[in-house]
Design a protein around this ligand. Structure first.
Ligand code: PHE
Length: 450
């Protein structure tokens, strides 16, 4: 690559790395929960529209900004708009990636613990999983140890670089993840609640659709596609000149949506087999599902054991590839702007995030009483990043790519200097200038004032 800063070695590597960022906890527990909370199939249809009309144009814009500058997100905005305040958009991306990583590793640690616990047969029937989860998450040291191990794996991948670390890891992990999902879906065919689960997911009932449902769908699309966090912009800075940006974005969106739908195919039949309400909230994964798996397979406990083991490993892998994509924007920034070696920059990010992460973890136990604006540290980080900074960043990216950047520059980038024929370019322009910013401003106010 002419910039000498390394890059992805293959098209498939680039797609899998970006898909690894997008496919995460958001697909496997947030999506089924949102579908459950918002009435099933109707939400799902609206979600698809949001992905296509808001998510996809923003993703293409991030790709344009990253690939055009071949730089970390902050430098990218500075180069494209020298001396202008647009730089805050880059700062927002790097900052929010750092903030999210610090609590994402705690949940990543939980998924690691649950993988071990289910594989060593500790999530057995007959126990109170609510209490199990409360005991584990409030321990002052246990979740911290798991989070440190989780962060260690992220760190190892990052220090190996873009091609030998991120790309190689994604090329192994993503197919493995898809294989596990395939096995779980096949298992879920055999559950008694399969038909009911499918009906819930596939038969739309538009009577319950409110503006809140539409706005939740846009929010979910944003989160699930890792938009406005500097992740995809940074990954795109490692794309080469031949990468077809629109095609890559389509592939990432398709993989992300398929995984979300398959996760729902796995979760709903299990939930309906046992008769739990599908809107059980985020506790669904760590509290409801362990008992659901046990009850659903009580006739053949071996399958229950394999099913729950594979499910938590899946969750762990998905969280890991997303966490890697959160680490990279911050490391790349420190490496390129602070002139630290990549190794030193990575260490700095790892140590600082882990320290913040420890505080987040303690907010489930010893620091529970320490609240700001009525929220524990963990909830506060989640709230500020997901509900405030990310939507703002999304609007800024849309306005930047749609209104500030020269149309010719964007067109050249999207068509690889005129080599590709992109008939949808005008549609993209319209979506990024009008539809995406307006839709995001609406979510923003909805989220903030509800
Ligand atoms: N897109 C990820 C998911 O679906 C979430 C994520 C957030 C990933 C932030 C990277 C950065 O879980």
């Amino acid at each position: 690559m002419e910039t000498g800063r390394g890059g992805f070695g293959s098209k498939i590597g680039a797609v899998l790395a970006a898909a690894g960022s997008a496919v995460g906890l958001g697909n496997i527990w947030r999506f089924p929960t949102e579908v459950g909370n918002n009435g099933g199939a109707a939400f799902f249809l609206i979600y698809i529209l949001c992905v296509l009309f808001v998510g996809l144009p923003i993703m293409v814009s991030e790709f344009v900004i990253g690939r055009h500058t071949h730089a970390n997100t902050i430098t990218a905005f500075r180069r494209l708009a020298p001396g202008k305040w647009w730089r805050v958009t880059g700062v927002e991306g790097v900052f929010v990636a750092f903030l999210i990583l610090s609590y994402y590793i705690i949940v990543g640690g939980w998924t690691l613990h649950y993988s071990f616990a289910s594989l060593s047969n500790h999530l057995k029937a007959g126990q109170d999983f609510g209490e199990y989860f409360a005991r584990f998450s409030s321990s002052p040291w246990e979740p911290v140890v798991y989070a440190v191990v989780f962060m260690g794996l992220v760190h190892l991948t990052i220090v190996n670089g873009v091609r030998d670390g991120i790309e190689r890891f994604s090329k192994v992990m993503m197919p493995l993840l898809l294989l596990i999902i395939g096995i779980l879906v096949v298992c879920s065919f055999s559950m008694s609640g399969f038909g009911q689960g499918m009906r819930f997911l596939l038969k739309p009932d538009f009577s319950g659709v409110t503006s809140g449902v539409v706005l939740s769908a846009v929010g979910q699309a944003f989160y699930s596609l890792s938009l406005a966090m500097g992740c995809l912009c940074t990954y795109a800075s490692y794309f080469d000149e031949r990468t077809n940006l629109v095609k890559t974005a389509f592939s990432v969106v398709t993989i992300d949506t398929i995984v979300a739908v398959l996760a729902a195919f796995i979760v709903f039949p299990a939930v309906f087999s046992v008769g739990v309400e599908p809107d059980a909230g985020p506790g669904l994964v760590f509290i409801t599902l362990p008992s659901v798996f046990n009850i659903a397979f009580h006739n053949v406990p071996v399958i229950g054991y394999v099913f729950s083991g594979l499910f938590y490993v899946l969750l762990f892998l998905a969280a890991l590839t997303s966490a890697i994509s959160l680490h990279e924007p911050v490391t790349a920034y420190m490496h390129e702007e602070w002139h630290l070696s990549r190794r030193k920059a990575a260490w700095l990010v790892t140590v600082a995030c882990t320290l913040l992460g420890v505080l987040c973890s303690l907010s489930f136990g010893p620091l529970k009483g320490f609240t700001l604006c009525g929220m524990t540290l963990f909830d506060l980080f989640d709230y500020v990043s997901a509900k405030i900074i990310i939507p703002l960043g999304g609007v800024l990216i849309a306005l930047f790519a749609g209104w500030y950047l020269d149309r010719k520059l964007v067109e050249r980038e999207v068509t690889n200097g005129g080599k590709l024929h992109v008939p949808l370019f005008r549609v993209y322009r319209f979506l990024v200038r009008w539809v995406a910013p307006i839709a995001i401003v609406l979510i923003f106010f909805n989220e903030l004032f509800h």
